[in-house]
Design a protein around this ligand. Structure first.
Ligand code: ADP
Ligand code: MG
Length: 378
């Protein structure tokens, strides 16, 4: 799912209105009928709407879908990318898009710049990517989810990541400064460091080990567990050897039912990595959650940030399903990735999208329609 921004400057104001209309229509319609697109866009004259629809479909921002009852369009991830980028551009958070620096399992990472040329990191959440893999079990398991619900999940992940990053940064944790968030995208400070996994020179492994264990304990003493604290999500500056922690969509409260398990797993990740990579084994057993004294409530504070408890639950449920699949499929799941072009094709050629018995989160899509309306006007 590459980010292709070539067309972004060529879209007309009408094209943007129509694209936004398809997004808004998607909240209640898996396939948005053309008359509804026209109605939501508020544009007079069908020919203008049709021209925009054909422009947008040509560059892949919307896709035609045949449903049992009618033809219509759905937003693609490309279309969602454009809408988010356009919001950033309007807010002057982003001016230009640079190279892709990372492809996570469920995100794409780009270097972008603002008007003054200052570089930033754009993280595009792409939840649901795993469901498009050629692993049959996953397909069956997650079949009843549709594209719109994945986009909604990605948006939740971005909202959560931004909210946690902000609370952590405000409380002095070594994390990137969060800059902006729109839809499924988070904009943050570019950290001039590489993941621990790639850093060749670690001057003093025991010290870094202590620093990292200290961070796990400090997170917990403020009510939080990172949940994916490993050599990929810790950036270490080669000169200062200071760690910066990234990647927060799976963070949980120390009051979470599985808190101890998550805490122990974070500790074990670091232990295992230091043993393997540096042959370093600490004499101490490593911290345990029972011994951590609570000194703060960032887990509660973050709820006031606009990322609600209900949204947290929805995302949590999804992330747990994915974690289970990962365990079950092991390496098979992470290896077998089909191309995204294929995915689009499959949906196109299929017998349309099933509308039935989807208990996915899209039934809640209307919840944030307020924000969408605002964005549509900007
Ligand atoms: P994922 O959820 O896909 O694992 P991450 O947030 O962990 O995404 O980012 C993936 C990779 O992108 C990281 O391992 C790192 O190399 C790079 N990266 C992410 N955020 C930053 C940042 N703020 N500064 C520098 N590099 C980053
Ligand atoms: Mg990561």
């Amino acid at each position: 799912m590459k980010l292709d921004t070539r067309a972004i400057r060529y879209l007309t104001a009408e094209d943007w209105r129509v694209l936004t209309a398809v997004e808004m229509g998607s909240k209640n319609h898996e396939v948005v009928p053309t008359p509804l697109i026209s109605q939501i866009s508020g544009l007079r004259g069908a020919s203008g709407v049709n021209r925009s629809i054909s422009n947008l479909a040509k560059v892949g921002l919307i896709a035609k879908v045949k449903n049992a009852k009618y033809d219509g369009y759905r937003l693609t991830y490309g279309g969602l990318d454009y809408l988010a980028l356009n919001t950033f551009i309007k807010r002057k958070s982003v001016y230009s898009i640079g190279n892709q620096v990372g492809v996570g399992k469920e995100s794409d990472i780009y270097v972008v710049a603002d008007e003054s040329g200052k570089q930033r990191i754009l993280k595009i959440h792409r939840l649901g990517r795993i469901s498009f893999r050629t692993v049959k079990a996953n397909r069956d398991y997650l079949r009843n989810r549709n594209a719109a619900s994945w986009m909604y999940m990605s948006r939740l992940a971005a909202m959560k990541e931004f909210a946690f990053m902000k609370v952590l940064k405000d409380n002095g944790f070594p994390v990137p400064t969060p800059i902006d968030q729109a839809r499924h995208c988070v904009l943050m400070e570019l950290i001039d460091s590489y993941p621990l996994r790639q850093v060749t020179e670690i001057a003093d492994p025991p010290k870094l080990y202590d620093d990292l264990m200290g961070l796990i304990v400090r997170f917990a003493s403020q009510g939080l567990i990172h949940g994916d604290f490993n050599e990929f999500n810790i950036l270490v500056n080669e000169e200062t050897q200071e760690p910066v922690v990234i990647d927060f969509p799976q963070m949980v409260s120390i009051d979470h039912p599985n808190a101890e398990e998550y805490f122990d797993r974070d500790v074990q990740c670091i232990k295992t990595f230091f043993e393997r990579k540096f042959g370093f084994e600490s004499e101490e057993k490593g911290p345990s959650l029972k011994d951590v004294k609570r000194r703060g409530k960032l887990d509660v504070e973050v709820e006031a940030s606009g990322f609600s408890k209900k949204q947290a639950k929805e995302l949590d449920k999804y992330l747990q399903q994915i974690a289970k699949l990962d365990e079950r499929e092991g390496d098979e799941a992470s290896g077998a990735v089909s191309t995204d072009e294929d995915d689009e094709d499959q949906e196109e050629q299929g017998s349309g999208i099933e509308n039935d018995d989807d208990d996915g989160p899209d039934s809640n899509l209307s919840e944030d329609s307020h924000e969408m309306k605002n964005e549509a006007d900007t």
